[in-house]
Structures are given as C-alpha cells and as structure tokens.
Design a protein around this ligand. Sequence first.
Ligand SMILES: [Mn+2]
Length: 548
Amino acid sequence: MNDTVYVSGHQNPDTDSIISAIAYAHLLNKLGKYHAVPVRLGTVSQETQYVLDRFALETPPLLKTVKQKVEDLDYDKVTLFAKELTLKTAWSLMKQGNLKSAPILDENSQLIGLLSTSNIIAGYMDEWDSEILAKSGTSIENIVDTLDARVLHLNRKTKVFKGEIHVAAMLKEEAQKRIKKDDIVIVGGDREDTIRMLTEQGVSLIILTGSLSLTEEMAKRIEEANITTISTPYNTFATTQLIIQSVPVDFVMQKGAIRTFSTDDTVDYMKEVMTETRYRSYPVVDLNGRVVGSLSRYQLLSGLRKKVIQVDHNERAQSIPGIEEADILEIIDHHRVADIQTVGPVYFRCEPLGSTATIVSKAYFEEGIDIPANIAGALLSAIISDTLLFKSPTCTPVDTKIAKRLAKIAGVDLVELGKEMFKAGTSLKGKTMDQIFYQDYKRFSIGKRQIGVAQVNTMDIEGFEEYRDEMLAYMNTQVEAQHLDAAFVLLTDVINAASQLFVAGPKAEIAARAFKVTIKNSEAFLPGIISRKKQVIPAITEAIEQMG
Ligand SMILES: [Mn+2]
C-alpha cells in the first residue's frame, strides 16, 4: 500500500516549479491533508541550487514515472517454504495465511519452484500409487512429523523408503505373499506374528497405529533386524490418509524456469508477460534478488494508481511520464489552461499571477499556517525568478505585495536576494569557452563580410573577467576555423540592461563604428544593448554598409 501524494512541478524545472512543490507539500503535510512528498522531473538549475543551498532545503527526489510498478500492487507478502516441507504443513500454513501460492527455496535460499493450492489439489487428484513415498523421496522426518509419531527404532541408513505402502489387515499367510523387502507397512492392532513376519521380510518401515507399542521381545527383534519403526496416535484409516501428506512440497510444486517479477517492473510490462505465460502466480523479487512475495493475475486488478498534485503547470506534455495512469488530485498553476483531463473532480486553482509561489504563499496565509523563515525565503526567490525581480510584464501588484511580506518573514533584502540569485544562476564559472561560445551562437553574412555573434545571458559579468584572455584566444581560433571577418561575444545582463562585448578577427573594428565606442583590450561596455536581433545586427549591418 502506498498513500503517498507526489507534488510535482513541470519538466525542465525552474525555481518556481521546484520551490512551489517543496512549499506546497509542506503546507499539505501541515494541514494533515495528505502524506505529500515533493518531487522533481529533471535536473535543478544553477539558480535553483543556489536557492536550495541558501535556504537549507533538500533537493526533491527525481521521479521518472508515475506508471504503476509491481511494488505498488497489493501482492501477497512472502511466506517462503523449504522444499522439504510436508504437504500437510504447507496446506495448513497456506490456509492460515490465506495464501494462493508460495515460493519454494532450496538450502541456499534460491528459488526452485512455486507451490499453489491447486498444485496440492492436483496432486491428490492424480492417482498416487503405493510407491509415492519412494518417488517423492519423502524423509522419515516428514513421516514422523505428519503422523505425530513416536520413533521406536531408527535405521539411520534408510534415507528413502523404496517399497510400496501396505496395510497389514489380511491374514499372515496372505500378507507374506504380498509384502516384499523394503516395503512400508501400516500395522493396526496387536499383531505380534505379523511383526515377526515383517522383520523376516526385511521391510523398510513399520508404522504402528493407535499408539501401539512393542513388547520387549518384539522390540529386540526389530532392533536386530534394524527396521525403522514408529508409533502414531492415529487409527489405521487416518494413518493411510495422512501418510500421503508427508510428501515434500517439491514433489508437487511447479518447477523449471520460474517467471519472476522485480518490484521495479512496471505493471504494463507485467501485463504483457502475463498474457504470454499462463501461470497462476508469479514470485516477486526485490532489487537484491530476494523473494519478497508473489503475485497472481487477479491482484493486477487491485493495483493502486499513484496520486499526483501538479504545481506550476497543467499541460499533460509538461508533466510526468505515465500521468495518464495516475490520479491528479490538485492543480495549482498560473499558466494558460490547456489540455488537462481528470477522471474525478479536482481542486484546480489557477490564478493569473506572476508565479505559482505567489499562489502557494496565499494558500499559507488563507489557511493561517505560519511559513517557516527558510521556506518564505525560497518562495520569495521563486517569485523574483519568475517575475525577473518584478520587471516582467506578467508581474502583478499581488506578487509584489506577497514578496514584501515574505521578505519580512525570511528576514532578507529582496533586491540583494534577487541579484545574488541571478548572479549564481547565470554564472559562467566552471564552463568551457566552447560551451559559452556555442550556447547561443549565430553566423551572419552581411555584404561581403562573415560575422559570428555569440550571446550569453549572465548577471555575473565581473565574474567573467578572469576568463577574458582565454575567451579571446578561443575566439581567434574560431575566426580562423570559420573564416570570419569578426567574432563577437556579448555577455548580456538583462536586469541591468547592458552587455559586455568582446571582439576578435581582422575586421573587429566594425564594432567600434557600430556601437560608437572605443574598443579597449578587445572589450567594450554597451549600456542599453540587450537584443542581438533588434539592436546588435542592425547596428553592425549599418557599419559594414558605411565602411563599404
Ligand atoms: Mn512559474
């Protein structure tokens, strides 16, 4: 059973998705509404990682699918049987545990078979002949156990009782003709002459019924003949019935290659296998190969659908794989409503605000639940992230108001937090020049000039200063490799509306004319320039045309 509710943002998660999932799960748990667990559908960004670190929050676990897995099914928990177990004990254990089947293990705990109640019944229906104990290799321990017998004499050398089973009910002369060496004989009543005859025949096992014991003389005879002899409290009729139940389970179990399922297998896969095979029951093994239970066909129907709450998205394509197999309980979002379809009624809260974090914060306030300082800081970060520090056209007065309230709870300065978060999120530290240059690179053919322009968004322009020489060297290799007249790299800070320009190539002076700046050490600061398409390319085109 699994009553976990997963709270999940969208694929390629941004800060709003991750933080809204964490905070909303926290709120639901506080309200005691669900056992809610925040999850993520992808790698967290540099920016989100900064927020998680700064506010000491754990990265939610990655959820790859909400497809039903074997572990979600209500399978029979394991009762493992040793292969020597008697049918009698197995039957009573299965009845007690209401088990339809049980995996059978050998002495090394390896799965060697599967016992179902129908195997036992089928065993009885097959006409078992009088050599069943020999064929099934039934041990004396099994027989003693099944018959609640007392051992009067034990011949330790006899491992298997090879002969036929007889009931010594006939006259001695008649019995003598039929009973042969190594046979098994059930003796009812006080029959000294019969026992004497049996010792002469060299039978392998004498079973005395009705708690009979031996006279001193007979006991001596048996010991001399070294014949295993036991005494059972059951009468002769019951003994003949019960002895069959001493057969070990490995005689009737389903053998051979056993089809097993791992707890990690999906139910889809399982259905596929079940339509191709026709076993009544399948053992379930965990990831270490240990048998943990067994599954029968009917249990497929009782599978539980996983429960999901979607935050920061509602479109199916942005959601977790297998969502069609899950139950969506709630949707908290601030995007357009697209193609959602739910099986049952759903709590659907969609507000045209700047971030989902704003809606989640409102939910805390409405419910009167205190927001812990660190969660308030994270929610504030998510609002700042989605609204680009309140500069985005999607930002509303509600977002600004809630953000201020959160800043107070978290005890942080809103602008400082925004700057640090964007800086961390867009830092180019640790990246290769190749990654930076080609992250967003375009080549233009203007007049007779070949120009390459790379643009990277970063709020950490100062942080890049230490890489400038490395970048200029790299740009020169690209100028040569691509036969460019000029290569430009723009580090663009959207929030402060400015770019830092790096230039390389034989016609690098185009930039000076285009932007009307002085290029110093192959660098220039371009205030107000943030769009390659609308500002940079038109300016360069004009400069090239002027220069002819
Ligand atoms: Mn969002």
